[in-house]
Design a protein around this ligand. Structure first.
Ligand code: NCD
Length: 305
């Protein structure tokens, strides 16, 4: 089970996922035991696109492991503005850190990392393609809640076209048995064909829906996403689709007792604040789980697990 970099949840094995989750559980149960594990190691965070949770939780993870951090938070703070290629940036980072997280809008950044980086590189989000560490922390949250992912009914709702957390979550879910999947979106924001084909290759089947009310009572989990304003080629389309799904207490009244509502955050107007304090909300817990999962990933990729 040797992974050098992490750019997709599609190409990793279920054994790898389960191994990371068991390491994550040990860390979560006893974080103090891990506080010196990365002493003398440096994590670089190379963020060419905005981030709050992903960058800060990676940095928090490394600091909690006793390591150090460096990096930049936007393309304009890096030599990208001078025209430097990502390949050259990555070659430099090999000299400055032991492991790096990169968030970039170029979809082939994983291939560039494979060719030019001698240190492990983890994607912190790649364009609208994937967000593998978010996918893993989402799966971990579901597993923690239900003990098992097999046989669950899971709805993903919102911007399935541009939201990068969605393919990563779905490729992860495809590794489990008999997951009943509902894809809920307006026709214009359905999953990309290549994502559907890849999921079908992994044996996944889905139900395509437009209205939550038709299926809310079936669901164990609903994963909401933000309409990704910054990815729309035509702002007119965004204006037409924004606000298409806004859920409040009345929309989940027929949900199962144990139903949970997830969201990678940031939310705009998709989830009414009144849901935050109900027993169904899990989005802030997801953000915390992200720290534990990222600690496990850093340890694994540095060979310190
Ligand atoms: C997501 C992202 O950046 O893709 N945020 C995150 O990392 N938690 C989701 C989003 O921006 O909508």
């Amino acid at each position: 089970m040797i992974q050098k970099h992490l750019f997709s949840t599609r190409t990793i094995s279920k054994d790898f996922v389960e191994y990371i989750f068991s390491l994550t559980s040990s860390i979560e149960a006893n974080p103090a035991e891990y506080r010196d594990k990365c002493k003398g190691k440096i994590l670089a965070t190379l963020f060419f696109e905005p981030s709050t949770r992903t960058r800060l939780s990676f940095e928090s993870a490394m600091l909690r492991l006793g390591g150090q951090i460096l990096g930049f938070t936007s393309a304009k703070d890096s030599s990208a503005v001078k025209g430097e290629s990502i390949a050259d940036t990555l070659r430099m980072i090999n000299h400055y850190s032991d492991i790096a997280v990169i968030r970039h809008y170029i979809e082939g950044v994983g291939e560039i990392a494979k060719s030019f980086s001698s240190i492990p590189i983890i994607s912190g989000g790649t364009g609208s393609q994937e967000h593998p560490t978010q996918g893993l922390l989402d799966l971990y949250t579901i597993k923690k809640e239900f003990k098992n992912i097999d046989n669950l009914s899971i709805g993903v709702m919102g911007d399935l076209l541009y939201g990068r957390t969605i393919p990563s979550l779905l490729f992860g879910l495809a590794k489990y048995e008999n997951v009943k999947l509902y894809l809920i979106s307006p026709p214009a924001l359905r999953l990309r064909k290549n994502v559907i084909l890849r999921l079908e290759e992994q044996g996944m089947t889905f139900n395509t829906e437009e209205n939550l009310k038709d299926i809310i009572s079936e669901l164990d989990v609903l994963y909401m996403t933000r309409i990704q304003k910054e990815r729309f080629p035509d702002p007119v389309d965004y204006e037409r689709l924004k606000g298409v799904y806004q859920i409040s207490l009345s929309d989940i009244i027929n949900a199962k007792e144990h139903f949970i509502l997830m969201h990678p955050l940031p939310r705009v107007d998709e989830i009414d604040y009144s849901i935050d304090k109900t027993k169904h909300s899990r989005y802030f817990e997801q953000a915390l789980n992200g720290v534990w999962v990222r600690m496990a990933l850093i340890l694994y990729f540095l060979g310190l697990d």
